[in-house]
Write a protein that binds this ligand. Structure first.
Ligand SMILES: NC(=O)c1ccc[n+]([C@@H]2O[C@H](COP(=O)([O-])OP(=O)(O)OC[C@H]3O[C@@H](n4cnc5c(N)ncnc54)[C@H](OP(=O)(O)O)[C@@H]3O)[C@@H](O)[C@H]2O)c1
Length: 274
């Protein structure tokens, strides 16, 4: 029997992309899944896909920037299924743009969704995963491992997620709780279609990434391995790890040189704003 069989997971951002694909994968292993994001119709569609696998799914329309709604989503998951083993925080929005061009309201919204939208469900899930000796997993980003031009606020929100989770890993270790962070590079999901510019408007055509876009299933593989092996972190691609170590040894000079060449400031504005 698969080690995730019979587990109960709440996945924020479960209606799309990485969250949806993870929900379907966990369900295929026999895990029961609650899905939280804003769009009820999209959640229902994913719940129907999961039910077609013969597994129970619970759609929970939730805006993760709303603390009380996050509390309700966690408690509804625990009371509906009678247990709570895994929280996966995948809800998030992307922003690409130059910091100096950005609007403060738009910057704050990225922190609200990506950071507080991880913090709130995590906060309410802690008592449950303490009881089940379960897992908390956050989807950060490679921009949360290394400062990247034109991803200042998005990267900051992902650094914040990682900082929160790195501390929680130590705080909760004695209770047998596993805390992991998955940091992907570019992944082929609908996120690309609604990347925001610095004013908070979607780019009219998605900005072209300077690196490979990884299939969503590769990201799900990382998430599943982190869960099963109770790993503290995973990167996608894994070969970034030695580059990050070399960058650290070089005092950041290597990464500044490399990323500075890959992210042209002229590419950081949508064509109509240039
Ligand atoms: N795709 C990539 O290249 C990539 C790379 C690195 C990290 N990531 C991270 O991976 C995570 C998943 O991204 P994805 O690629 O799967 O994107 P996606 O396909 O756009 O999915 C994003 C999910 O977040 C939900 N969401 C957005 N705002 C929300 C809010 N305020 N409250 C509740 N749910 C909200 C969306 O549903 P609703 O809009 O219906 O609420 C959707 O389910 C994000 O945290 C992202 O930052 C993605």
């Amino acid at each position: 029997m698969h080690p995730l069989h019979g587990k109960v997971a709440l996945i924020t951002g479960g209606s799309s992309g990485i969250g949806r694909a993870t929900a379907l994968r966990l369900a295929s292993y026999g895990a029961r899944v609650a899905l939280a994001s804003r769009t009820a119709s999209a959640l229902e569609r994913v719940a129907d896909e999961i039910k077609a696998l013969g597994v129970e799914a619970l759609p929970l329309p939730t805006d993760v920037t709303d603390r009380e709604r996050c509390r309700c989503a966690v408690e509804a998951t625990a009371s509906h299924f009678g247990r709570f083993d895994i929280l996966i925080c995948s809800a998030g929005v992307s922003m690409r743009g130059l910091f100096a061009d950005a609007q403060p309201d738009a910057l704050e919204q990225i922190m609200r969704v990506n950071f507080f939208g991880t913090l709130y469900p995590t906060y309410f899930a802690v008592p449950h995963v303490r009881r089940s000796r379960g897992s908390l997993v956050a989807i950060s980003s490679l921009t949360g491992k290394r400062g990247t031009p034109s991803y200042a606020i998005y990267g900051a929100s992902k650094f914040a997620v990682r900082g929160l989770y790195d501390s929680l890993r130590l705080e909760l270790a004695a209770d047998g709780v596993h805390v992991g962070v998955v940091s992907p590079g570019f992944v082929a999901t609908p996120l690309r279609q609604h990347v925001l510019d610095g004013s908070g408007r979607p780019w009219p055509t998605p900005p072209t990434p300077p690196f490979r876009i990884w299939p969503v299933e590769a990201c799900v593989d990382r998430i599943v391995r982190v869960l099963i092996k109770r790993q503290p972190q995973a990167l996608l691609p894994a070969f970034v790890s030695p580059f990050l170590a070399l960058d650290e040894i070089s005092g950041g000079r290597l990464g500044d040189w490399y990323l500075g060449g890959k992210f042209d400031p002229d590419d950081a504005r949508p064509p109509n704003n240039a």
